[in-house]
Design a protein around this ligand. Structure first.
Ligand SMILES: C[S@@+](CC[C@H](N)C(=O)[O-])C[C@H]1O[C@@H](n2cnc3c(N)ncnc32)[C@H](O)[C@@H]1O
Length: 213
């Protein structure tokens, strides 16, 4: 969902760096061949993630929720030359699809895809990260935050997607579903955490940017 006027959104897209040929192909093929293609970050958000990653120049990036690999490829654009991006996906059927795009990109050697439940895999990675992108199941956002924070370097960033959940976070309690409640709990927890600074951007479905102090 976009929270801004459609004409403004289109104008903003027209004045945002175009997707690479590979990202265009991945975007097209995800919509043609994979279920729930709207989960893909897409042009504007992808360029935003790339821009943020280039600003941070992270050595290690962690992504929760690979899906078809679009956001992983965008985030990998900012990695240091020796850097690595670790991305976790629970749906094994997506592995071959995502992996073929990783291999076609300049980041094939740098992107490590892990198949399984992020809750179990995060503690096994044994790495300290400079940037974490949370984009897996919404019911675990609070758990992911608590689990990832100790593995985030001081001055490192967490970005969490979908924190406005199509605007449902401002609906009356009787109109909210379970995922809305989970995301609201996440947003409140971050807002009350004195160990971070945060800003909630109404980009696409809402991005929470968090910096560990
Ligand atoms: C919104 S999609 C990710 C989109 C991707 N980051 C992008 O922007 O192109 C969420 C993904 O999280 C995966 N997922 C859900 N629960 C998970 C879990 N417990 N551990 C790892 N991945 C999970 C889903 O299978 C799905 O592919």
């Amino acid at each position: 969902m976009n929270f801004i006027d459609q004409a403004i959104h289109e104008y903003a897209e027209q004045h945002t760096t175009a997707e690479s040929v590979l990202l265009q192909k991945l975007n097209r093929n995800t919509f043609a061949k994979v279920l729930q293609p709207r989960m893909l970050s897409g042009h504007m958000q992808g360029q935003f993630l790339s821009m943020i990653s280039n600003m941070i120049a992270p050595k290690f990036i962690l992504e929760l929720g690979t899906y078809t690999g679009y956001s992983a490829l965008c985030l990998a654009e900012g990695l240091q030359p020796e850097g690595e991006l670790h991305t976790i996906e629970i749906n094994e059927e997506l592995k071959t699809f995502a992996q073929q795009y990783f291999e076609e990109s300049p980041y094939g050697q740098k992107i490590k895809m892990h198949i399984g439940d992020a809750i179990k895999i995060i503690p096994q990675l044994n790495l300290m990260f400079d940037l974490v992108f949370i984009d897996a199941d919404k019911e675990n956002y609070v758990n992911y935050y608590k689990l990832c924070k100790p593995f985030l370097n001081k001055g490192g960033y967490i970005i969490a997607d979908n924190v406005l959940w199509s605007g449902n976070v401002v609906k009356h309690a009787t109109e909210r579903d379970a995922d809305t409640e989970h995301l609201m709990a996440f947003n409140t927890m971050v807002q009350n955490d004195l160990e971070v600074k945060n800003v909630l951007l109404p980009i696409r479905d809402g991005l929470m940017l968090i910096r560990k102090l």
